[in-house]
Write a protein that binds this ligand. Structure first.
Ligand code: GLU
Length: 389
């Protein structure tokens, strides 16, 4: 039987961030809408059952808190929203926990701030945690840590979770970010005001015409509107992520988008994951220090796509911390890679040459066997260097 799938690119996305906006989770009302949330959770559970790795970025804490405290629209100012979020976050999580329990799926909570993730150590800790949770089959539910993000929960300007979702998609090298709200995508005019407004199905490049379409649209209650969404799209697509903005209430939307079916507005990536990670790592950042590896480790990094373990490290130079970008050299003095290190320089000096199972006894703690994980490694001119040898 031919299905709509035939029109799709047949791409099956594996690592997916699903961003759920307040307007969607409340169904436009003044409280979390259990039936909407249950439907979204069922779709996510089905995808999870098919082997997808998922992270949810969920708004809705302020709305849940507002309803619990019985404070209607009148509450103004940052402190009260922080209070509402603080009351509502637990309730939001409680709802997700119950819904995913029905599908025998464990959920976790991560409250992040953009400034946490912008710092290297925070980036690395958040990345490692989210990836480890996905590998354990746990669905992590991320929200902005509103209580500490005073500048990010501005009066009448929500939608920051759109940006956060793009940062999370970058953080975990997602294939797809679905921004699901109460709007069907990017339109040629505001569909609520103009009956002739048409959906733009594909945007390959965000130029001034796209930005001006975005500024003409609104996307309803509780979100920052299309302009913020487009900012988020720019960030995610430049990190190698496909983004779709679509209406979350459309039946089966999460399953359809994950299967590559066309719906909403699709923004293909403008760079590959590798390219963006490489650019980030090699854009003048390899200045913090240097790790020199033996020839066995150099070959493992260059030809076998392996992580750098302590055993292959001969020496370390410079002062750097966990999460910093370091240059990796072979013992002939040629730089072969850049990578984000899991250990600081002083710790590497202690564990260099040691087997991974000795790390705990040498340091009294450990951050895992990889000094630089292969996912955090950018090889420099791989083909050229192997061809020249
Ligand atoms: N963190 C806020 C909440 O959970 C929402 C922020 C947003 O929608 O961007 O209510």
């Amino acid at each position: 039987m031919k299905t709509k799938k035939t029109e799709s690119s047949n791409r099956v996305y594996r690592r997916i961030v699903v961003k759920l906006g307040t307007g969607l989770l409340t169904g436009g009302g003044n409280r979390l809408d259990q039936s909407v949330m249950s439907n979204l959770a069922a779709q996510i559970a089905e995808l999870h059952g098919k082997g997808a790795q998922l992270v949810i970025v969920s708004s809705g804490a302020v709305a849940a808190g507002r309803h619990k405290l019985g404070i209607e629209g009148a509450a103004k100012g940052i402190p009260i929203k922080q209070v509402l979020s603080s009351v509502g976050q637990g309730r939001l999580m409680n709802t997700y926990e119950k819904l995913f329990d029905e599908h025998h799926i464990t959920v976790a909570q991560a409250l992040l701030t953009k400034s946490n993730i912008a710092e290297r150590a925070g980036y690395l800790n958040a990345r490692n945690t989210l990836i480890a949770l996905m590998e354990l089959g746990v669905i992590c539910i991320v929200n902005e840590n509103d209580v500490v993000s005073a500048d990010e929960i501005k009066e009448n300007k929500f939608g920051e979770n759109d940006i956060l979702s793009a940062m999370v998609a970058n953080l975990i090298d997602a294939d797809l970010l679905m921004i699901l709200g109460d709007t069907g995508g990017l339109y040629t005019a505001d569909p609520k005001l103009d009956p002739d407004a048409k959906l733009v199905p594909l945007v390959k490049k965000i130029d001034t015409s796209v930005k001006s379409l975005a500024s003409d649209s609104t996307s309803g209650v509780g979100t920052g509107g299309m302009v913020t969404k487009i900012e988020a799209v720019k960030l995610a697509t430049a990190s190698g992520v496909h983004v779709v903005i679509a209406a979350g209430k459309e039946p089966g939307i999460i399953l359809k988008l994950a299967a590559g079916d066309k719906d909403g507005t699709h923004f293909p990536p403008t760079k590959s994951h590798l390219e963006s990670r490489r650019r980030w790592m090699i854009s003048g950042l390899c200045t913090k220090g240097k790790i020199v590896v033996d020839s066995g480790a150099a070959t493992a990094l260059k030809k076998q796509n392996r992580s750098l373990l302590a055993a292959g490290i001969k020496s370390v130079e410079g002062k750097f911390g966990r999460g910093d970008v370091v240059a990796i050299y072979d013992d002939q003095g040629t730089q072969i890679a850049c990578g984000i290190t899991n250990y600081c320089a002083a710790d590497i000096d202690i564990i260099k040459g040691a087997q991974s199972d000795q790390i705990t006894s040498l340091l009294n703690f450990d951050y895992g066997p990889e000094v630089v994980h292969k996912n955090n490694l950018a090889l420099l001119e791989r083909e050229k260097s192997s061809a020249n040898r």
